[in-house]
Write a protein that binds this ligand. Structure first.
Ligand SMILES: Nc1ncnc2c1ncn2[C@@H]1O[C@H](COP(=O)(O)OP(=O)(O)OP(=O)(O)O)[C@@H](O)[C@H]1O
Ligand SMILES: [Mg+2]
Length: 309
């Protein structure tokens, strides 16, 4: 399988601050590769280096087999970018936005128009081709950003938080379209704060924090390795600490389980939560949630529960 993006010891410094701190990863053709991480982890900075929006400080980065900084134009022509910030031109209508962007890619007008209309209908926006941008809902604007990123028929599409702030309907439409694009052979790189989105879409992903990769793997493997299979959440009562709560579940960590205590919840990670629940005979008045382990558990266990801002 061919390698679409290869980064070795990739580093970005802003003055004395290191935003991306020597990360290495490979994205294979046809994959959807995810970057997860708390606010400020370095995701967008990494995307900006891949798209050559920012020069790299150190390390090696190749995209589609080409060293990025010395092949800027060729790389730009073959990749699509959906930025984190909505930067549609509100002075222009929907189709005009796409035609201006096509011109920037050197696509002849007639061809650009055809491609734009095709993509607008693929993303269920065809009847809005002549609408002003501000008449579009948030979900429509996000879809239009993706359409714009696809106008040059890229082999690699980079999506920086493509569904942030959207309702579930809009999010599911975008997931479905991204899966269709992937089936057509487009390689996807995605950043997201929605763990379910990463579970749904990503073949592989990294979790980064403070500019460093903490783990890499398939969503399923990461969940199995870092969160087990099932989770029991026991809500603490006001003023209760970990020890007091542990007492209520028998005083010790159940065999084969791991226990974590956050501000108001005791988390028990285990392969067999049902057995723990029967064995422990937890006070029935207590709020308990028994659920499967998710990528969100992995994320929070690895990056902590402290607020970043
Ligand atoms: N141009 C810049 N100059 C100085 N610092 C910067 C610059 N761009 C980003 N940073 C800093 O680099 C760090 C990483 O930022 P980045 O935008 O890559 O994070 P992120 O993972 O995309 O976060 P978010 O989830 O909030 O989008 C942050 O601390 C940010 O303040
Ligand atoms: Mg970002």
């Amino acid at each position: 399988m061919s390698i679409v993006v290869s980064a070795t010891d990739l580093t970005k410094r802003f003055g004395s601050f290191t935003a991306v701190d020597g990360i290495s990863f490979e994205v294979l053709k046809g994959q959807c590769f995810g970057f997860l991480g708390p606010n400020g982890a370095g995701k967008t900075t990494t995307m900006h280096m891949i798209t050559n929006f920012l020069p790299i400080t150190q390390g090696a980065l190749s995209v589609l087999g080409l060293e990025v900084m010395t092949n800027a134009r060729v790389v730009k022509a073959r990749i699509g970018v959906v930025p984190q910030e909505n930067n549609l031109d509100t002075d222009l209508k929907v189709l005009e936005n796409l035609l201006v962007y096509s011109r920037y890619h050197g696509i002849p007008l007639r061809q650009a128009r055809g491609r734009a209309m095709e993509l607008l209908s693929f993303f269920q926006l065809a009847e809005h081709a002549r609408s002003p941008i501000e008449q579009l809902s948030g979900g429509m604007q996000r879809r239009l950003l993706i359409v714009r990123g696809l106008i040059n028929e890229p082999e690699l599409l980079i999506l920086d938080e493509p569904t942030t702030g959207l309702d579930p309907q809009a999010r599911h439409v975008i997931w479905q379209k991204l899966r269709q694009l992937q089936a057509q052979g487009v390689t996807l790189i995605l950043t997201t704060h929605y763990m379910e989105e990463a579970e749904q879409l990503c073949d592989r992903l990294v979790i980064i924090d403070h500019g460093r990769i903490l783990v890499e793997g398939t969503p399923r493997d990461l969940i199995r390795k870092h969160a087990g299979q099932e989770v029991i959440e026991v809500r603490l009562r006001p003023g209760e600490d970990r020890e007091r709560c542990l007492e209520t579940i028998g005083g010790t960590v159940p065999e084969g389980a791991e226990v974590e205590c956050s501000a108001d919840t005791l988390f028990i990670y285990s392969a067999d939560a049902a057995k723990i629940l029967t064995d422990l005979a937890i006070d029935p008045g207590r709020t308990i949630l028994h659920r499967r382990a998710t990528l969100e558990d992995v994320f929070l266990r690895l990056t902590g529960r402290e607020l970043r801002e």
